[in-house]
Design a protein around this ligand. Structure first.
Ligand code: IMP
Ligand code: MG
Length: 479
């Protein structure tokens, strides 16, 4: 190997070391610098990929010299894409055109990539991602090349670790520190500049529910002319843990039609892709639920119409209790309710159940209340549920975000099996797909009150369930 190349490597490592110890820089900026300083001395393209917290998806975080279409080709499956990297070994692909370990061969070919070198990024003795180098010529990577990239990967690990520690220290100083269940490097490293404020607010809501997200990670080609892609669609968010794309449509109705057409096309071409579309009214209602946005202000105070009478509710609750008593006969389940909305339902339900059960409650914080930046358990259950069958009892499932959080929490406690019993299901509004084994009523997309359910802490004491009235004109205009 030429001496000059060793010198270039050495200089690049020095530059990056200096950058890593510079605490003024944002992590995303540091990572861009690292990737650039891998690519240039090697006269190659390079990228940095990080794993999501479940270690099931590899996501591009930064890249240099790669065509955009290559980066947006999709989220990688670490089991399929050079998987030795995830077990901690460097991988060399001498001929990418023939190697079965290359996950999207057509994109690799289009980008003219011939050889690849991938080394792992290890943080806390766990695989966290990978740095990859791509060349257009066939290259035999030398030991020096490999150690150079490993050094850069180690510096990347240090940069990410420092940044996570730095953020934690700040939180401890401000008194806002909460141990998070998701501390994946991805969350710290992503570069995000939102193109719309509603996207930022939505990202905060996802953060609050501890749902990992990536902003615009993937463009789907929709139409071609010969080999050229003439139309693409880039959903706003990807939620790796749920393998779900989200598109927010908070703009003018005229643009919605175009978007709907694109979405239909997307589903035709990629039927396996899960995507949820949130319209302006869904989004406004999501905010209104937490007391924000135009709908929250314009809600009148009063019941527009009774949806279910007290007697109808009692009948349905009795049926559910009978079904649960049959299904769980001989098993002694623990029934857990999420306060406060569930208290009426729970009280009526358990009194009709004919088998032995235990009952417990938990309370979780609500978005936008106080300074919580993440869902927080205010009161956890007291009963030990390890190895026990659990029935989670919910008043109403709307977006499914709350339930998703609670399910993950209970699963982490080692319940033997978990089923969900919800009195009301607003199925049309679901963002996170949660399985509901027992449902009282499927209800339309309306805000309901009564029988424990509140609007801003009012109406819980109504014996029936009603639809909250809107102050007519203004709210209609906003929908
Ligand atoms: P999710 O996380 O969007 O599924 O919301 C679930 C929680 O939001 C419920 O447990 C309720 O506390 C509240 N919620 C959702 N929809 C309504 C409603 O129509 N009326 C009253 N509360 C609701
Ligand atoms: Mg609730």
């Amino acid at each position: 190997m030429a001496v000059s190349k060793v010198r270039t490597y050495y200089k690049a490592v020095r530059r990056v070391s200096a950058t890593v110890s510079n605490t003024d820089k944002e992590l995303s900026e540091i990572l861009d610098i690292i990737v650039r300083n891998v690519a240039r001395p090697m006269t190659a393209a390079a990228s940095l990929l990080l794993l999501d917290s479940d270690r099931k998806k590899l996501i591009h975080v930064s890249s240099w010299g790669l065509p955009k279409s290559y980066i947006l080709k999709g989220v990688l499956d670490p089991e399929l894409s050079l998987k030795e990297v995830i077990t901690g070994e460097p991988v060399i692909v001498s001929d990418a055109t023939r190697d079965v370990r290359v996950q999207y061969p057509e994109f690799t070919e289009k980008a003219g990539i011939r050889s690849m070198l991938a080394v792992p990024i290890i943080i806390d003795e766990q695989p966290a991602g990978s740095i990859r180098v791509y060349t257009k010529q066939p290259v035999e990577f030398t030991n020096q090349d490999i150690s150079f990239v490993i050094t850069m990967a180690n510096l990347t690990a240090i940069a990410i670790n420092d940044s996570m520690l730095h953020e934690m220290t700040l939180q401890v100083q401000e008194g806002t520190y909460k141990p998070k269940t998701d501390t994946s490097p991805l969350r710290y490293a992503r570069t995000v500049s939102f193109s719309h404020p509603s996207e930022q607010e939505f990202a905060r809501i996802l953060d609050f529910y501890n749902i990992e997200w990536v902003y615009e990670p993937h463009s789907f080609p929709l139409s071609w002319e010969k080999d050229r892609i003439t139309e693409m669609f880039t959903p706003d968010f990807y939620l790796p843990g749920l393998d779900l794309y989200i598109e927010l449509t908070t703009m003018r109705q005229s643009l919605v039609t175009v978007k709907n057409r694109k979405l239909r096309r997307l589903q035709e071409l990629y039927p396996e892709v899960k995507i949820a579309l949130l319209y302006k009214k869904d989004y406004d209602r999501l905010l209104a639920k937490f007391g924000y946005g135009p709908l929250a202000e314009s809600r009148g105070r009063g019941v527009a119409k009774v949806l279910y009478s007290s007697a109808e509710i009692q009948n349905r609750v009795n049926e559910l209790a009978k079904q649960l008593s049959d299904d769980y006969s001989g098993r002694h389940p623990v029934m857990i309710g999420v306060l406060r909305g569930v208290f009426c339902f729970m009280a009526d339900l358990i009194r009709q159940i004919t088998i032995p059960v235990s009952v417990d409650f938990m309370t979780i914080s609500r978005y936008g209340v106080k300074a919580d930046s993440i869902t927080n358990i205010i009161k956890d259950i007291d009963i030990d549920v390890l190895g026990k069958p659990v029935i989670l009892v919910e008043d109403i499932v709307d977006t499914g975000l709350t339930l998703n959080f609670v399910i993950r929490h209970l699963e982490s406690k080692g319940v033997s099996d978990l089923s969900i019993c919800a009195l009301f299901d607003k199925h049309t509004r679901r963002i996170v797909d949660v399985p509901l084994q027992y449902v009282g009523f499927e209800i339309p997309d309306e805000f309901i009150i009564g029988y424990g359910l509140d609007y801003e802490e009012e109406y819980r004491n109504l014996p029936f369930v009603g639809i909250l009235s809107h102050k007519e004109k203004r709210s209609k205009k906003n929908r």
